[in-house]
Design a binder for this molecule. Sequence first.
Ligand code: SF4
Length: 363
Amino acid sequence: MFFKEDPRTAAWIPAALLRWFRTAARPMAWRETRDPYRIWVSEIMLQQTRVETVAPYYERFISKFPDVGFLARAPLDDVLKAWEGLGYYSRARNLHRAAGIVVARHGAKVPRTVEALEALPGIGRSTAGAIAAIAFGADVPILDANARRVVARLFAVEGDLRSYATENLLWERSASLVRKGKGRDTALAVMDLGAVLCLPHSPRCGECPLGSRCSSRLRGLQDSIPPKRARIMIPHHDVVAAVFRRKDGALFLVRRPSDGLLGGLWAFPSGRRDPGETLEDALRRSVREKLRVRAVIQREVGTVRHAYSHYRITLHGFLCESPGGALPVGEETGWLPGHGEGTFALPRADRKLVEIIHREEER
Ligand code: SF4
């Protein structure tokens, strides 16, 4: 293989990568700390999310939950509220659960090894590697989305990058980039190279410090590694939402089941429209099934379109009344105050619907 055949290149690539990183490192708030807790939070937030999006969330989260003890003691609702809008809410739920474990089993100290980190909820091998490398300087590899692409291109690893055989090879190649005592900088350098030069589309090979030894570039494969995925049709669903409004303007919400999509968030009572069903019929059925009450529809209050990672929805909000006012009460239901603030974390589509309702009230 390329790497084994040329030991000079094996030494040259990590050295050139670190040289480049010394002048090109991107400034980020979480890079200015060695606090393992803060680095852990940042790595979880950065999963599937861009740096620019994460930055304000990170600042707010850390000021609200400055250490692992604060986070462990906080109610899950507060954590979800701080995460509202960032998406992939299982990350917040797992982070909260993992904080409890760190306090209970590790004396409130973030574990140092990849193995112990990986045992925590929400931390896979690459995130564990990133935390161990960045927070503790461990000489371990990472393989997040950026690293996977960079490593595959550098060593011209072809084929499905998620297959078992390729995965092992990529980990091996990623490990080969880590020089002794340079685990932290290597992890950050690979991340940065993938974010600013070795881009998913049209990599900027002409500016790349590794261009002269990059196997893909030398063989003209940089645009075909990783292989393009076949376009998949993203399904669309019509979802109906019941808006029950009290006289003081408060809006009735239900908590979503903790184990599903948007788990633990607060949303309008809602349901998908079945094929052939009218929106109104779907709404009455959903409310009957979920709340065991009858919904009398007043009018449609707004429509919101939103794309999740695997499907798109059009959310149709209908102002409803429940005859006799018999809406269920309990821990899984609540009233969002008329001004829209409070401790409830809402999915983005429901939050947009709240904004539409408020705008309508102001007219
Ligand atoms: S030369 Fe091009 S393909 Fe190779 S690592 Fe650099 S940017 Fe990526």
